[in-house]
Design a protein around this ligand. Sequence first.
Ligand code: 0X9
Ligand code: ZN
Length: 433
Amino acid sequence: MPNARRGPHDLFAWAQSQRGRIAERGWIAALVLGPLAAVTWLVSLPPAPVAVPTAPPVRVAVRVTPSDATHLALAEALALDVWSENFGPGSPIDLVVHDGDLPRLEAAGLQPEILVPDIDAVARDEAARIAQAEIHRPADWYGEFRDFTAITARLEDLAARYPERVSMSAIGGSIEGRPLWALRIGGTAPDATPMLVNGAQHAREWIAAMVTTCVADRLVREYDDNPAIRDFVDHTELWVVPVVNPDGYQYSWSSDRYWRKNRRGGHGVDLNRNFAVAFGGAGSSSAKRSEIYRGEYAFSEPESQAIRDLVRRESIALHVDFHSYGQLVLYPWNYTAAPAKHRDRFAALGDRIASAIFAEHGTGYTLKAGAQLYAAAGTLSDWMYGEAGATSFTIELRPKGGSGFVLPPEQIRPTCDEGLAAVLALGSATPSD
Ligand code: 0X9
Ligand code: ZN
């Protein structure tokens, strides 16, 4: 156990002993000197010890493998947040807990493996590194993570430089009035397939915003030199929405690195529970403070409405929703363990996607139906498939576990290679595949 963990407990013990000594003094004075003296004592008493320094508890990310429902219930009760895709007895889950609760997990036999000893320290280190990068600008734009303003500028620059290949428009606006930017790329062939690629429904999944921006960037810039890209761009009418949740994204930069939802009412709505297929079902919550709060009704949020309207208007047929983390290629259904009607096609295409990803850097992405991991009702991907009739995948990018949502910036480029490979592989699918 790291030494740093002892700090808060020592301080707490010290504060308790101080309170005890003050109380003792009061009783002796009252008994020995009588009521008058006691009143005098009370008046002369120094102010209550309000300024006792107590450090906040440390938040730790751990991986545990609950073997039964009792273990799972304990893990759930102690979890401040659930980070991982898995959630069920027998499979490993990543949780955030207070350091003071680690002994309870240990005593119950859950053997917590520490993934991140102090998630807030990691976020502070990341912020300090990014502040440095602002000063000594890295030569490569993808050498560091970028906020919504910087991503917007990058998209504008791309659209201005290559007007024959890409156009930029807002497909809607967020609750706080930020534009939901979309790039429309290529699609010159009359039979071009309409495809949507989006990222950052979840604010803290920064790599998804970087990868979607990077995929758009590379498709446009490498068009002349790369035949596979040229073929894809000519035969696909591609819509890229890098940041579906700009308010949450910006909030994760300014205030809370681990913020997930949009900013509705300060509590937020999980956009990936706000879509109309199986809205309200398992793996979504009606509690506003829950990380999987689904909202008042399907499409209650302007961000999910904007995606819905784009998909309908453009008759989107192919779709990738980028998230992090876990290195997974997921296909519908997400809300039910029942197999999708097109399960075999999804599995075959998903296999091609995972192979194309692996061919880039030898990184393994696991293929599954979403609900094989846990049920999630009201997802974008289920709506794309169930209502819009699209072939839709959710891809959980790097890492596999470890650092969670805070990824070293050196991993942006290779993760972009993997995202691009996935998009090209899906684009090469024919209706008979
Ligand atoms: O829970 C989600 O919305 C997605 N995972 S994330 O960790 N990025 O939040 C995945 C949804 C689909 N997956 C499952 N049905 N398990
Ligand atoms: Zn996500």
